[in-house]
Write a protein that binds this ligand. Structure first.
Ligand code: CR6
Length: 830
């Protein structure tokens, strides 16, 4: 039995308990109470971790009234809820954001000082919850932040992985993965709710039977089940008292162990089932945009969406709610294909458990889902073999088959029995194995389908799902991604934030287009001077961090050139590396006077999926080249490469505000959007980039003069691909490229060891799937333009300020407004 244990009209039930007083004294008291009574230590004997946990819980107390009030207000109003279904949330540290949202930064600093503690040191203790791989997971975290800030009712549903994205270390320059035990030292931000666990079924078979009403019905007879235990996290809006909920599910065995086996002495066998069930939420799959189609991953996907739907119907909706009206109360947003199994799950609930007619159920289901596609890579569009799906979720497979039959009948009817088209559009693929195309299922069911940047949405319509956009042109829309300015400007770049507020006043942090008002300041020499001082301060902060974190000593006074993102061939870290090698050669040659070149430090940050061979080779090669250049006295002070390990949200927050140059050099037509690109522009870095993803919109907004564009456009790429791309020809025809590759292949850039470069060089010369070589000359030329511009300090600063002033569009608040208008038909309160 769940639910309130006493009459909700009872006086005490109506108002949340009063929180601690909002002053230094109140904060200190609560902090010491937490330390003494929850951590169980006196201040004098407490460790840093004790202090961090007590501080986190103290801040949490200040958010709880807001959370309780927000929940009550939303229930009373019967608000439509946005149910964001995402297998990943790359949250980053919670304490900084909670302090900012609650407006407690100054009070906390003072209070800690009174206790003889340093709030910054405590903040740095937090291990970030890394429950995502990269852009997609971070986007989900930005979106829930914006919805809370805009006071929109949203529940973010996801998975509480016990181990998030692995911690990256380097051994001899090669990536070695270490488990990320983010929960090990305590998790002060989450609230477990074991009494609201729901049962999730798997396996078994289906049966037909005749219901009491004489109707033919189907029931699923599952073979095993697990418990899904919700943990809720707070999602505070920025200084508006609103606190939304993130509901993450953790798997727990239904029966802890088999007592009979245990008593017979077979201890291992007795707990086997438990281990098996609890594996479901043990670890995040570390592939970004390249799913491996493993059974456990399908279990994860079904587990969290089934738990979320059940929980919503059972606990969020009023008890007697008529499910025919479900679309009035929920819009489930499918964050890529990972949660798409939710569609047949809702059908199953309505038809098998609530006696809906099939068509009636489909009508409701269609209205409850919208689908966001985040990719253009064919290998990232998930398919599930029917063997596997039938074994794990037999009823769902039947439902998908029936949906597909109905759908294909419509296609044949509308397109004159066009069988070829029907086969192309089918939810079921026949080769190489019979499998369900989750993107097709999602597209057929969803009310709206969106891409994540203008170019991406266009290519989605024209190339990925052309038949569907022909059939339903109005179904397709675009919402360009965005990032939260609270975390990625205000927290990450306090110096610039202060300067901006001084210039244009408060208010821009929740109305980012107001950054436009900075434009005139680009022509103000005194302001430029101060802007540069902020950048210099940010670089110094980065130098300190890398010194302590990685033992890396960045040189001073360099152009800081940064490429941070997942390691993926389409993103072309290898192109950046070839440029570095070419710069190194230029410094060693007699062609130029080294003193006349722009001193440059290149910083890489990237994790590779553990099973992605070429990505890992690229990491090892970058590290080998970095070591060689670092050891070469001849280029000291002119060129450096740094590759700090374990790039994550926390590192990004220090790295991005320090950057001068942002590397966004993917092969055109491959990067759906990118969101790092937006963070850099908002922090006053200039972009060197291809005409890809959201780069296109960044360039349109900041202006051609403030963006270094290079490389083939998407149509040109397609043309070259069709013609047959031969990397060897490019190599032979570009002397500078040839020289860089030969140098690399010879081992001269890798401490004399040519084997280090072999895999990457061979791949570039023989296949070069992402055409790095074809864009090399254009890239080097664009980099020369970068150097020329950087030499003119005032012109560079002017461009940097204009990048900030014109990037307000890339706030995730704007993205959310677009979802509300174009997709959810809900309006924001603020
Ligand atoms: N890998 C895209 O590749 C986009 C994010 C968020 C990605 C990236 O360009 O910015 O999503 N796609 O929309 C997937 O994860 C499938 C990503 O992060």
């Amino acid at each position: 039995v769940t639910g309130p244990q006493f009459e909700p009209t009872h006086e005490r039930a109506l108002t949340p308990a009063v929180g601690p007083a909002r002053d230094v004294d109140g904060f200190v008291r609560q902090f010491l109470r937490e330390l003494n009574y929850t951590q169980g230590v006196p201040l004098s004997r407490s460790t840093l971790n004790d202090q961090y946990l007590a501080l986190a819980r103290t801040v949490r107390h200040y958010l709880m009234q807001g959370w309780i009030r927000t929940g009550k207000r939303r229930r009373d109003a019967g608000d439509k809820v946005i149910g964001y279904l995402s297998a990943e949330y790359l949250l980053g540290r919670q304490l900084d954001n909670a302090l900012l949202a609650a407006g407690l930064e100054d009070i906390a600093r003072e209070a800690m000082k009174e206790c003889g503690l340093d709030v910054d040191l405590l903040r740095s203790q937090e291990i970030e919850p890394g429950l995502g791989n990269g852009g997609l997971g971070r986007l989900a975290a930005c979106f829930v932040d914006s919805l809370a800030t805009m006071d929109v009712s949203c529940i973010g549903y996801g998975i509480r992985y016990e181990y998030g994205i692995f911690k990256q270390t380097f051994e001899d320059g090669r990536q070695v993965e270490v488990p990320d035990s983010w929960l090990a030292l305590g998790s002060p931000w989450e609230f477990p709710q074991p009494d609201r666990a729901v049962q999730i079924d798997f396996g078994g078979h289906t049966e037909r039977y005749t219901g009491d009403d004489g109707r033919e019905r189907t029931r699923w007879v599952p073979a095993w089940d697990v418990q899904a235990v919700p943990y809720h996290l707070l999602v505070p809006g920025y200084r508006n008292g609103v606190v939304n909920t993130l509901r993450l599910w953790s798997a727990k065995a239904t029966n802890a162990f088999d007592l009979q086996l245990f008593n017979q002495g077979d201890y291992a066998e007795a707990v086997r089932a438990q281990t098996f069930a609890e594996n479901i939420t043990k670890v995040l799959y570390p592939e970004d945009s390249t799913p491996q189609g493993r059974e456990l991953r399908l279990q994860q996907q079904y587990f969290f969406v089934a738990a979320s739907i059940k929980d919503f119907i059972r606990h969020t909706l009023p008890a007697d709610f008529d499910l025919h009206r479900l679309p009035e109360r929920i819009a489930f947003q499918l964050n890529d294909t990972h949660p798409v199994i939710a569609i047949p799950e809702l059908m199953r609930i309505l038809v098998d458990e609530h006696d809906f007619e099939w068509d009636e159920a489909w009508d409701v289901t269609k209205q409850c889902f919208d689908y966001t596609c985040h990719t253009l890579l064919p290998e990232a569009l998930e398919v599930w073999p029917v063997d596997l799906l039938g074994r794990l979720l037999p009823r769902h497979l039947e439902i998908v088959y029936r949906l597909n039959e109905d759908f294909l009948a419509r296609v044949r009817e509308q397109f004159d029995g066009d069988e070829v088209r029907a086969r192309r559009m089918s939810m079921v693929q026949e080769n190489p194995v019979r499998a369900i195309r989750m993107a097709h299922l999602a597209t057929v069911a969803a009310t709206k389908v969106n891409g994540v940047a203008e170019l991406h949405s266009q290519l989605l319509r024209d190339k990925v799902l052309p038949d569907f956009s022909e059939m339903w042109p109005d179904k397709f829309t675009n919402v360009t991604n965005g990032v939260t300015p609270r975390r990625f400007v205000r927290i990450a770049n306090p110096g610039m934030s202060e300067l901006v507020t001084e210039a244009i006043g408060e208010g821009w942090l929740t109305d980012l287009e107001r950054l436009r008002e900075l434009e005139p300041f680009a022509d103000d020499a005194a302001f430029r001077e101060r802007f540069r001082a902020v950048k210099a301060g940010n670089k110094e902060r980065l130098r300190q961090l890398l010194h302590h974190r990685d033992g890396i000593d960045l040189p001073e006074g360099h152009l800081l050139d940064v490429m941070v993102k997942r390691l993926h061939e389409y993103k072309r870290q290898s192109l950046k590396l070839l440029h570095v090698v070419s710069l190194y050669q230029r410094l060693l040659s007699d062609e130029v006077d080294p003193e006349s070149t722009t001193p440059r430090t290149v910083v890489f940050g990237a994790k590779a999926a553990p099973g992605y061979f070429m990505a890992k080779e690229t990491i090892a090669l970058i590290n080998a080249v970095a070591a060689t250049i670092d050891a070469d006295e001849r280029v000291a002070g002119r060129l450096a490469i740094a590759f700090p390990a374990n790039y994550n949200v926390t590192l990004a927050e220090t790295l991005i505000p320090a950057a001068d140059l942002s590397e966004q050099i993917s092969l055109a037509g491959k990067e759906a959007s990118g969101t790092g690109n937006m963070k850099f522009a908002l922090n006053g870095a200039l972009t060197i980039g291809t005409d890809d993803g959201a780069n296109v919109e960044i360039r349109q907004l900041v202006g051609d003069d403030n963006f270094f564009l290079f490389g083939m456009t998407e149509p040109r790429v397609a043309e070259l691909q069709a013609k047959g791309y031969v990397p060897g020809d490019v190599y032979a025809s570009s002397p500078r490229l040839k020289s860089a590759i030969d140098f690399l292949a010879s081992g001269e850039a890798t401490g004399g060891d040519p084997s280090r470069a072999a895999a990457v060089v061979d791949d570039l010369l023989s296949s070069d799937r992402f055409m790095a070589l074809a864009d090399f000359d254009a890239y080097v030329e664009a980099q020369e333009k970068v150097e020329a511009t950087y030499a003119d300090t005032e012109a560079w600063t002017r461009s940097a300020i204009l990048n900030v002033a014109r990037s307000g569009f890339f706030s995730s608040d704007r993205s959310m407004r677009d979802y509300l208008d174009r997709i959810w038909n809900v309006s924001a309160r603020s």
